[in-house]
Design a protein around this ligand. Sequence first.
Ligand code: NAD
Length: 511
Amino acid sequence: MACHQEDRPMSADIRTIPHFIKGKHEAGASDRFGDVFDPSAGEVQARVPLATRAELVQAVEIAREAQIGWAATNPQRRARVMFRFKALVEENMEDLARMLASEHGKVVADAKGDIQRGLEVIEFACGVPHLLKGEYTEGAGPGIDVYSMRQPLGVVAGITPFNFPAMIPMWMFGVAIACGNAFILKPSERDPSVPLRLAELMREAGLPDGVLNVVHGDKEVVDAILEHPDVKAVSFVGSSDIAQYVYVKGAENGKRVQAMGGAKNHGIVMPDADMDQVVKDLVGSAFGSAGERCMALPVAVPVGEDTANRLIEALIPEIEKLTPGHSLDPDAIYGPVVTAAHKARIESYIEMGVKEGAELLIDGRGFELQGHEKGFFVGPSLFDRVRPDMRSYQEEIFGPVLQIVRAKDLEEAARLPSEHQYGNGVAIFTRNGLAAREFAAKVNVGMVGINVPIPVPVAYHTFGGWKRSAFGDSNQHGMEGVRFFTKIKTVTQRWPSGEVADQSFIIPTMG
Ligand code: NAD
């Protein structure tokens, strides 16, 4: 893990990013801290306390008390907090985006996209009075009505990754809180400032203290969440091994768990595709955000040798034009990766690809940005003749590396994403509607783009992959999110009419 425990004295002027509990900043009681870097400078810019189990227990107790009043607040009033929060985030967009860029390393324009995609889930959550309406059947039997209602679970938690520090927390707490739950957010310890700021803005929007608490930390606090009997559901997004761990341990402790994992998304390029557009789409989706997106397209699969040759010929000059820049530089296409350890990991995968026999056409290793030589920059890399038996293909690199796997026909091309361990997103580029339609129906992947390189569904649909990209059976946001964060209760009612019915020893039927 890149973020490590402090074992050296901190200089007096290093900033400490606090927890946010019961509406207040808390310094934290542990003597363990994680480093928060400025990836463009390659330097530590702050530190974050890593909470103890006892601190988590205290936060859950506070959330449990606050949830009772919040659940009793009518859904229209809860929605109004969401409306005000949306306006506040919009007012603070510039500051939030710069804060996000300075800790994550993505460029400011991309950081605004991260915030905007989260806000769209808040807009969805503004409709919660409508979303929570139950069902009603009048006269399901003689004098009998049946109705159902959705009730909040109580205290729920979200554990989020570094790569979308605004969007993913909002995916989770937006829906959960609108539904009447109290929320414990355990954000990534690598870029914790934006999640903290979002919680402050929720308070400013009118959310009662204790309904949204931010507790920073690492495995210790994650385990405490997974073992706490009062945490009723856990939503996790991160890498697959941790997602599986969270899913298993959470389920073992009787919780609802949705746990999204890693990805290796493929873009299939058919011979009839609009090649100019494909090149633009592939370059943007493979290298945007330095490839640190679970919906990036790091694998291109041209169908047929001629398509492959045309694609590569057009890709090379476009990729050669790309150079990473400082995350606050408005002209930068993409910024540094999140930590030095992640840079080293990406470069080791490039080395692995070379050793496995793939053809490295553009090598992004050893890139240094003038004036920012210590920054965690990785230049763009392009591989051709990558094969499915290579480990560098099978595993997620999560960096600015595009791998080309050549396929002879659509059947062979479609087998690649379908048989891959990950199944988050996939795209097909073609003008043939029938081929695209059949591909979308048959491919063993959760989210499909047809001439759309990053098919992240809109907020009122749902987000989630298949296979090792997601553990559990429910997606993020949309109605799936509402279902995940509520439990359904069904009432069968009959009012006395004065006539006494006979006792019955057989199961009642309405027949
Ligand atoms: P990560 O798995 O390292 O961390 C995710 C969260 O888990 C963090 O809050 C972290 O503190 C916590 N964590 C880390 N190690 C832990 C441990 N041993 N035990 C318990 N908790 C632990 O992931 P990351 O590097 O922050 O994020 C990148 C990963 O997330 C990539 O694999 C990416 O594909 C994936 N991701 C997936 C989606 C999706 O929706 N499928 C979306 C975004 C990112």
